[in-house]
Write a protein that binds this ligand. Structure first.
Ligand code: ZN
Ligand code: ZN
Length: 87
């Protein structure tokens, strides 16, 4: 049984500890671009296979693998590609 995003029915892609909520990419972008305070929430990626928490986390208005600009996110992109996280 796949964990679902708490705001829509898409499969959850990350977990926000501050919100205690699992979110998909779209809802993450919507929720965390609301203001600079929520943009600071650390979100942890979920494994795309078993949806357990992975060691990869980040913050920002949008936790998308297509976003670059910081070293962490750049490194994260590499791991994203290697592990095959999809969008
Ligand atoms: Zn969603
Ligand atoms: Zn949050």
């Amino acid at each position: 049984m796949k964990k679902k995003c708490e705001l829509c029915d898409s499969p959850a892609k990350m977990y926000c500890d501050s919100d205690r909520a699992s979110l998909c990419w779209d809802c993450d972008a919507r929720v965390h671009s609301a203001n600079f305070l929520v943009a600071k929430h650390m979100r942890t990626l979920l494994c795309r296979v078993c949806q357990s928490l992975t060691p990869w986390s980040g913050s920002g208005p949008k936790l998308s693998p297509t976003v670059s600009g910081t070293l962490r996110l750049t490194m994260w992109n590499v791991k994203t590609v290697v592990l095959g996280f999809d969008k």
